[in-house]
Design a protein around this ligand. Structure first.
Ligand SMILES: Cc1ncc(COP(=O)(O)O)c(C=O)c1O
Length: 429
């Protein structure tokens, strides 16, 4: 079976990083139709927190399929979905105890914007340049990680404004961490002064650790300043934790690193062990502003996804997954920092927990180098390792391993990565 024989039947809109046809997966490995095994450091784009086909997750889903596939959560309730809402509410920070289930990240973000507008009765949404929130029309409107996502789509949802994401490695103000005067935050204040009065702004939406845009961790003082500024104006803070949530950064939600509780939080990706599910969490007061029928979904809260989601939460507790993320994440970062010293094509190593990236540069001037990254990525693929890039210039190498990865599996990937670095350096000489 060859992908090329089927390609003509698929829209080219879905960018394909490889031509592989994958038949099965187990843990950190996938196997293609020819029986070739690949080390998967992408995991469905940071979806499979417990690797491929964890038996606890597959058994839970199978058991639910045998009982009931769907009757629509609009119409009836299911034990698994009710239980998941309760257990999720116990995990979410602060008072974010009211849950709305949907099917994917974009849909959850669309819902979050609708909820913020409905609660505040204000139109404005401020998003961050560099952030990715999805591809539905609403999510595209608040996505600023690459103009290709927005190309030929204007006009998008109105009253959306962008402010810079605090990216210290590529500071738009050319300042250093030591001299930082939080110029990014001043920019937001200018948006209020020049463009949209704060009392017309419903919410600011941000990824507390940026995903697709480059695995960027914002500085603590920015997060505190942002929260203070928004509180002053009664503007809601929406955290998109679709990629950064569910243990990826070493805490259940990335917001916990900053000690800041948003008003609305969206989750997706890892939530149902690989099944499509997402959720919006908010306070009861905010959620109750939605009257029945103001938002809805046919498949959201699907019992098979919910059953898998319960198994995911059990595994987090039983396997002490957050401890593993911290331990393996620290190890991964320290190994990458050592490689950075050896290989000047790595300009920056950053991230939290197992949400870590290496940014590739031209060592002569630190300019982003997708060329170097692609050389490394291609080498890895040749060596049967799946990897994924990030960042507007496609020069970020993201590590999105399962959260239960072992030291041996991590080492195996790092060895391939190091050989790829050496080969890329050699080629560039
Ligand atoms: C932070 C973030 N938000 C939203 C999305 C969109 O999710 P989906 O592709 O499930 O619509 C993604 C997907 O990569 C994401 O990383």
């Amino acid at each position: 079976m060859k992908f090329n024989d089927y390609k003509e039947y698929l829209s080219p809109a879905l960018a394909k990083a490889t031509d592989l046809i994958i038949e099965k997966g187990q843990g950190v490995y996938v196997t293609d139709v020819n029986g070739e095994e690949y080390l998967d450091f992408v995991q469905g784009i940071a979806v499979n927190a417990f690797g491929h086909n964890h038996p606890r997750i597959t058994e839970a889903a199978k058991a639910q399929v045998d009982k009931l596939i769907t009757a629509s959560f609009n119409l009836v309730n299911y034990p698994a979905t009710l239980e998941l809402a309760k257990r999720l509410a116990e995990k979410t920070p602060g008072e974010l105890n009211s849950i709305f289930f949907s099917n994917g990240g974009s849909e959850a973000n669309d819902g979050a914007i609708k909820l913020a507008r409905n609660y505040t009765k204000r139109p404005g949404i401020i998003a961050m340049r560099g952030s990715f929130h999805g591809r539905s029309l609403g999510a595209t409107s608040i996505t600023g990680s690459n103009s290709k996502y927005r190309k030929n789509q204007e006009p998008l949802v109105p009253s959306v404004y962008f402010t810079p994401y605090p990216n210290c490695f590529r500071c738009p103000y050319n300042t250093t961490c030591e001299n930082c005067q939080l110029e990014c935050l001043r920019e937001l204040q200018w948006t209020f002064d020049y463009l949209i009065a704060p009392e017309n702004v419903a919410a600011v939406i941000m990824e507390p650790v940026m995903g697709e845009g480059g695995y960027v961790v914002p500085p603590q003082k920015y997060m505190e300043g942002l929260s203070e500024l928004l509180n002053k104006h009664g503007i809601l803070l929406i955290f998109d934790e679709i990629q950064s949530g569910y243990g990826r950064t070493g805490k259940m939600f990335a917001s916990e690193h900053f000690g800041i509780v948003p008003d609305i939080m969206t989750m997706g990706k890892a939530i149902a062990g690989g099944f499509p599910m997402s959720a919006i969490a908010s306070t009861k007061e905010i959620m109750d502003s939605w009257l029945p029928g103001m938002h809805g979904t046919t498949f959201g809260g699907h019992p098979v996804c919910a059953a898998a989601g319960l198994a995911v939460l059990d595994l987090f507790e039983e396997e002490h997954t957050l401890d593993n993320v911290k331990e393996q994440g620290d190890y991964l970062k320290s190994r990458l920092l050592k490689l950075q010293k050896q290989y000047p094509i790595i300009g920056d190593v950053r991230g939290l927990g197992l949400m870590v990236a290496a940014e590739f540069v031209d060592p002569r001037d630190n300019a982003p180098s997708a060329e170097m990254l692609n050389a490394v990525k291609d080498y890895c693929l040749n060596e049967h390792m799946l990897t994924l890039s990030c960042g507007v210039y496609g020069n970020g190498f993201r590590f999105a391993t399962p959260l239960n990865i072992t030291r041996e599996e991590l080492d195996k990937g790092l060895e391939i990565f190091e050989r790829a670095l050496a080969a890329a350096m050699q080629k560039s000489r």
